[in-house]
Design a binder for this molecule. Structure first.
Ligand SMILES: [Zn+2]
Length: 351
């Protein structure tokens, strides 16, 4: 599914179904993955409407899982047929930031689905460093969403959990693709009381099903939180959620921004007299991905995924834009069965 133009507002068919050449593992550390599932992210909407710079034409899809299809001459850590999820940045690991785990800051990194072709396709070119092998019987559609939504949620929640003690309250703003995972991760990592905030009643129901003690509309947050929150995790990131999130902090509390789009403005008196902390979290490290995957494989974090056939990518994008996706949408190519099997899993596809 190829993006050939930038257009705002989102056109009815922003992507077109095309035959493109299958990528080849030409470099020694290249890996070609047969895509089992690609998550649909709000960033894809920002790419389509031109809010983020990128090349055109482009195959979107930066949240990918599948099976190794072809490896470069020097690849030793994965073999053809292995089930894998894909760390979202592709780099060689040699820069100073990468040596401390921060591939997010690697100066020469590529991001399939954003800077080069990604996983809204049957095959994806990535590299050995980005491979995270998973058990052969794992649900790759569920695990795919860990590589971006789960990764950023985990990094934010891990930081939050280091600050949360029994009796504290954590507020999670936005119970969508990231937020519904964050509820489960905070539950797994900390003893805090969890309040989820979302304008959508169905998302609030999902948050409670995921382990939130309470889920409220933004209007009702103050009433639900008389003593303030020790940590607020903002997965929406608009002006109103930043202002409301920072206002909801108790003395010494921390506001952690993950979603983007808005701005933080507050009187310094509020920052100083409340000894408030404001932090940002950007995606996550490979180690973060290992840890959140371990939680998922142990059954402590279960992504709620809505599956669409690859060729229905435009429906998934429009459903996401309209707030109709509960949890995370994933695209699955029609022939996305394990290479060693002969039957298609098309019967599993449903919208
Ligand atoms: Zn994303």
């Amino acid at each position: 599914m190829v993006m050939r133009a930038i257009s705002s507002p989102l056109p009815s068919a922003p992507l077109t179904l095309e035959d493109v050449p299958t990528p080849h593992a030409a470099g020694p550390f290249d890996v070609v993955v047969k895509v089992a599932a690609a998550g649909v992210c709000r960033t894809d909407l920002h790419l389509l409407t031109g809010e983020l710079p990128h090349p055109i034409p482009l195959v979107l899809g930066h949240e990918n899982a599948g099976w190794v299809h072809e490896v470069g001459s020097e690849v030793t850590r994965v073999a053809v047929g292995d089930a894998v999820i894909c760390y979202p940045f592709v780099s060689d690991g040699l820069s100073a930031p990468e040596r401390s785990g921060l591939d997010t800051c690697a100066p020469t990194r590529l991001t399939p689905g954003i800077s080069v072709d990604g996983g809204y396709a049957e095959y994806l070119l990535t590299n050995e460093r980005s491979m995270l092998p998973v058990p052969p019987d794992a649900d790759l559609a569920a695990l795919a969403v860990l590589t971006d939504a789960g990764l950023a949620a985990y990094r934010a929640c891990k930081r939050a959990a280091s600050k949360l003690r029994p009796g504290d309250t954590a507020v999670i703003i936005g119970a969508g693709g990231l937020g519904h995972l964050a509820v489960q991760i905070v539950r797994a990592l900390s003893p805090a009381r969890i309040i989820a905030v979302d304008t959508n009643p169905a998302a609030r129901e999902l948050a409670v099903a995921c382990g939130a003690d309470l889920a409220v509309d933004p209007e009702a947050l103050r009433q639900a939180l008389p003593a303030g929150a020790h940590v607020v995790l903002d997965f929406v990131g608009v002006d109103a959620t930043a202002a409301g999130g920072i206002a909801a902090l108790d003395f010494g509390g921390t506001y952690i921004a993950v979603g983007v789009g808005g701005a933080v403005t507050l009187p310094l008196t509020e920052l100083v007299e409340g000894e408030k902390h404001i932090e940002g979290v950007y995606v996550g490290t490979y180690t973060d991905l290992l840890e959140v995957t371990a939680l998922a494989l142990a059954g402590r974090v279960t992504p709620h995924v809505v599956r669409y056939p690859l060729e229905a990518a435009n429906d998934a994008l429009h459903d996401l834009a309209a707030g109709r996706v509960l949890g995370r949408a994933v695209l699955t190519p029609a022939a996305s069965a394990h290479p060693s099997t002969t039957t298609s899993n098309e019967a599993d596809h449903h919208v």
